[in-house]
Design a protein around this ligand. Structure first.
Ligand code: AHR
Length: 486
């Protein structure tokens, strides 16, 4: 029996809803086909955006969306994607699959997407192959309400009012596909570009995000913080859980190896934060994780540049333990964006023409949405490690939060492929009125396919008994459970 203690009097930090954000790049079938099919498509759409996908993302509670890349961002010239459709430039997406990019999805279409989703916007600008002027004019085009060349151009293209850009990224992976820069060089470039990301009257201040480290590159964090910390609001870490297997074909060893890699993000976040806190003891600069998730071998027969992969319960466990870790760091983490929204890497949805399915990862996000904007509570669970000799992870990984009505939400993942775990949960100093729960569970390699879309989905869970001050529960192997405690 494991002991699980939740302390409603220990209120730690607000879990920013943007931790549950997503990322959509001009890559494979994410933007085109996944989100955007064009107004003339037979697939039901509003202004070119797929109704089935938009509705599902709204139900999932998507709070913020990052666009247009990724590596694509540092090759993207925003003026190619505005104005009359027939006159937009066609180009080759050299980074991703060598396909034609017809620029039919551009700035106006992105804001239409976010407006239909009711979510906030996160735009990444081009540092690698763009100019300071190009970036500064994009910000002026999007956010300036007065009279200027760019605001007039926006009006000419049919949009009178400025839009709200909540977050603006100054480049992407500038240590790699965004220009192969050294950290010192990027820090200087960051300051130069960010200076001209202006805040215009009447708009909220734009939250500026600097390109952060690739996983364990602590030197990058050190140098960028040392040289540019006063000019940024957030520093964006990228961390992928890479594997050498197909998404749905792996051994037990492969399962635990993946979870161990995913769990490493806890240590990586902690170490980057230690460096950030040294340069910024007042903790003004937030940590952002604007690309994370699993990266498996592409599905056989698909374009290798499209990064299309299936999604199993293994991915669901990666999502659940990562989101629990993000919640636990919510005092310093402001936003995270899973890579990517649809049809690419750890997607929450997959499409096949007009058909669409929800992946196990989708259900995890939907379960966890109750944490958004809640207060993280002090909580602790005893657990032992599970796995193989080489690859071990804690069997139980959890977080708990409280909403403004005093309702407590606890999300618990059991990472063991084969063993259940009995827990005794106590809510310190509280008498419990009711507990309800839902579960996502299955075999580690279960997934939803277009032939059978309902192999994995959430169900009500009744495997617990109520006590005066908590409950006892048996958590099945390979499962994610959300408890709602009143
Ligand atoms: O998400 C796919 C790619 O991974 C992004 O374009 C890039 O930023 C990262 O390397």
């Amino acid at each position: 029996m494991e002991n699980y203690l939740i302390n409603p009097d220990q209120k730690i930090s607000m879990i920013n809803k943007d931790i549950y954000g997503s990322f959509s790049e001009h890559l494979g079938r994410c933007i085109y086909e996944g989100l955007f099919v064009g107004k003339d498509s037979d697939i039901p759409n509003i202004n070119g955006l797929r109704c089935d996908v938009i509705n599902a993302l709204k139900e999932m509670g998507l709070p913020v969306l990052r666009w247009p890349g990724g590596c694509f961002a540092d090759e993207y010239h925003w003026k190619d994607g505005i104005g009359k459709l027939s006159e937009r430039k066609k180009m080759i997406n050299t980074h991703w699959g060598g396909v034609v990019e017809d620029n039919s999805f551009g700035t106006h279409e992105f804001f239409e997407l976010c407006s239909q989703l009711g979510c906030d916007t996160y735009i990444t600008g081009n540092v690698g192959s763009g100019s300071v002027r190009e970036m500064s004019e994009w910000v002026e085009y999007m956010t300036f309400g007065g009279l200027s060349p760019m605001s007039e151009l926006r009006r000419k293209n049919g949009r009178e009012e400025p839009w709200k850009v909540k977050y603006f990224g100054v480049g992407n992976e500038n240590w790699g596909c965004g220009g192969n820069m050294s950290s010192e060089y990027y820090a200087n470039e960051y300051k130069r570009y960010a200076t001209y990301v202006r805040n215009y009257d009447g708009n909220d201040r734009i939250y500026k995000v600097a390109c952060g480290p690739n996983s364990e590159d602590y030197n990058w964090t050190e140098e960028v913080m040392k040289n540019a910390k006063d000019h940024m609001n957030g520093l964006a870490l990228h961390y992928y859980t890479g594997t050498d297997s197909y998404a749905a074909e792996f051994s037990e060893e492969g399962y635990y190896k993946t979870l161990k890699r995913a769990y490493k993000i806890d240590e990586i976040i902690t170490r980057h934060l230690e460096i950030m806190n040294r340069y910024d003891p007042k903790k003004r600069v937030d940590l952002i994780v604007d690309e994370w998730g699993t990266w498996h071998k592409v599905e056989p027969g698909t374009n290798p540049g499209f990064l299309y992969q299936q999604n199993t319960m293994r991915d669901a466990l990666v999502a659940a333990l990562t989101l629990n870790i993000f919640n636990k760091h919510s005092d310093r983490i402001r936003m995270c964006n899973i890579a990517q929204t649809i049809n690419v890497l750890q997607a929450v949805m997959l499409t096949d023409g007009a058909d669409m399915l929800l992946t196990p990862t989708y259900y995890v996000f939907k379960m966890f949405k109750d944490h958004q904007q809640n207060t993280l509570l002090g909580s602790f669970i005893t657990t032992h490690e599970t796995g193989t000799d080489e690859n071990k992870v804690p069997q139980l990984v959890e977080s708990a939060s409280i909403d403004e009505n005093g309702v407590i939400y606890s999300t618990v993942a059991n990472t063991s492929a084969s063993e259940e775990s009995e827990i005794k949960c106590r809510i310190a100093g509280r008498e419990i009125e009711s507990v309800s729960a839902e579960i996502l569970t299955g075999k580690t390699d279960d997934f939803n396919s277009f032939e059978n879309k309902n192999v994995v989905f959430t169900k009500d869970f009744g495997g617990f008994s109520l006590m005066k001050d908590g409950f006892n529960a048996v958590i099945p192997p390979c499962s994610v459970i959300k408890f709602i405690i009143k």
